[in-house]
Design a protein. Structure first.
Length: 144
């Protein structure tokens, strides 16, 4: 039985990161530990902001990739929740990308893969389409 996004956000055993979009902070929930603030800060000048009402940390968006990688190293898993557009397509720009920050509908599944397999017909490096409303999607990243 698949968990819904709200249940994933509220569970307390696997870290969860919500990446809303440009200009918005990352929202992060971690399993409780006394040193979570210092661990998230990781020697940076800025401090993570704790929001007690919803029990999450706010981090600068620029910390996304480093925090995901560090969560994978420490916890071996992390859920990433982000908005996607229903008709967004994956493209060579994603397949050739470097890093974890992906905004297409594959949610990073094909990011940096060079090519995800034979089922794709490449029209161009990018594509212009009519966007539909954003929806939330969730992906569990794990250490292989």
């Amino acid at each position: 039985m698949a968990m819904d996004i709200r249940s994933i956000w509220k569970q307390q055993t696997i870290p969860v990161m919500y990446r809303e979009g440009a200009g918005k902070p990352l929202l992060v929930r971690l399993p409780f530990a006394q040193n979570n603030m210092l661990w998230l800060q990781n020697g940076r000048r800025n401090h993570p902001k704790w929001t007690p009402q919803s029990k999450h940390w706010e981090l600068p968006r620029a910390w996304f990739e480093d925090t995901v990688e560090r969560c994978l190293h420490r916890f071996k898993k992390i859920y990433v929740i982000q908005p996607v557009r229903k008709h967004e397509k994956c493209a060579p720009a994603c397949w050739e990308a470097v890093g974890l920050d992906c905004e297409c509908s594959c949610m990073g599944e094909h990011h940096g893969s060079d090519h995800p397999g034979g089922r794709w017909y490449v029209v161009s490096e990018t594509c212009a389409i009519s966007w539909h409303e954003r929806e939330l999607a969730c992906r569990l990243l794990t250490v292989p």
